[in-house]
Design a protein around this ligand. Structure first.
Ligand SMILES: Nc1ncnc2c1ncn2[C@@H]1O[C@H](COP(=O)(O)OP(=O)(O)OP(=O)(O)O)[C@@H](O)[C@H]1O
Ligand SMILES: Cc1ncc(CO)c(N)n1
Length: 287
């Protein structure tokens, strides 16, 4: 049996809902062998980020080197990268090893407002990593920071996706989780705009939604899915995870990383987008 492999290059969330931990849980539940290159250790729970310790850039690069040269990978993603120096080391290693496809989640700020990327590192992220990315997955405030726009409507999301696509990635997904109303995500792949609608769950438990979503895209790409199908599955995965959040902690609790896979036996195979989008809208599966 050939097992799909995926690498996450991100920060550790001691609370287990975001970062490396969310990525590994998501890879595992989608039937993909997960590997990690840890960029930072954060002291974190559902209430906030209370400290962090950065890993030296050369040690981040060495982790990537060690796993990819030995085990190999079918896809990779980046999350919290913290500094320009870490971004440069990661980008150089990705280029050297020819790691592809790459999903870049341009993590900037945690839900409670704690910075996860130094502000002056944004231009390095754009210059070094965006051109290597198959897809970049900003939320609304990250898309605003990347474009200088204010985003309140679907049309402004489309415009932001197009402007970010011009910075070099193969495709852009602007996530609408932070806009009012039902959470619509917008994909622009340089040619077409595709909408991924969802149904808003009224809940405080959305810690790590962005990490989980981009990890699910990465896992599906590792299995050989098209970007469209990978996004459909990722949307269904995060929708189920939010709907069935376990309600842990006193603040923004984690999502349920096993909810989707419990509903879909055999989900180590890539699924098609139409089926997945029905699931994201809650049309097919029981709640
Ligand atoms: N309350 C909600 N109900 C349903 N879907 C949601 C909700 N909030 C977010 N989503 C979906 O979750 C995914 C992640 O979007 P979001 O905008 O929350 O990312 P994010 O801000 O990067 O997350 P985080 O920073 O917490 O990791 C998107 O598909 C979005 O539409
Ligand atoms: C380590 C880490 N990465 C990403 C996020 C964003 O959700 C977070 N809260 N913590």
């Amino acid at each position: 049996m050939r097992v799909a492999r995926a690498l996450t290059i991100a920060g550790s969330d001691s609370g287990g809902g975001a970062g490396i931990q969310a990525d590994l849980k998501t890879f595992q539940m989608l039937g993909v062998y997960g590997m990690t290159a840890i960029t930072a250790i954060t002291v974190q729970n559902t209430k906030g980020v209370f400290g962090s310790h950065l890993v030296p850039p050369e040690l981040v690069a060495a982790q990537i080197d060690a796993v990819v040269r030995d085990i190999g990978t079918d896809a990779a993603k980046t999350g919290m990268l913290a500094t320009a120096e870490i971004i440069e080391a990661v980008a150089a290693k990705i280029r050297e090893l020819g790691i592809t496809p790459l999903v870049v989640d341009p993590v900037m700020v945690a839900k409670g407002g704690a910075p996860l990327l130094e502000e002056d590192a944004r231009s390095t992220l754009i210059r070094e990593l965006f051109p290597l990315a198959a897809v970049v997955t900003p939320n609304i405030s990250e898309a605003e920071a990347l474009t200088g726009m204010t985003i309140r409507t679907r049309d402004e999301m489309v415009e932001a996706a197009k402007r970010i696509a011009a910075l070099g990635p193969g495709a852009v997904v602007v996530k609408g989780g932070h806009l009012a109303g039902d959470p619509l995500d917008i994909l622009y792949d340089g040619q077409a705009v595709v909408e991924f609608p969802g149904v808003r769950v009224r809940t405080p438990h959305t810690h790590g939604t962005g990490c989980t979503f981009s990890a699910a895209i990465t896992a599906e790409l590792a299995k050989g899915a098209s970007l469209l199908d990978a996004l459909g599955t990722a949307k269904a995965f995060i929708s189920a995870g939010i709907r069935e959040a376990p309600g842990l902690g006193e603040g923004h609790g984690p999502t349920n990383h096993w909810a989707y896979s419990r509903q879909h036996a055999g989900s180590d195979q890539p699924r098609d987008a139409a089926q997945a989008s029905e699931d994201a809208e809650g049309g097919r599966e029981a709640r």
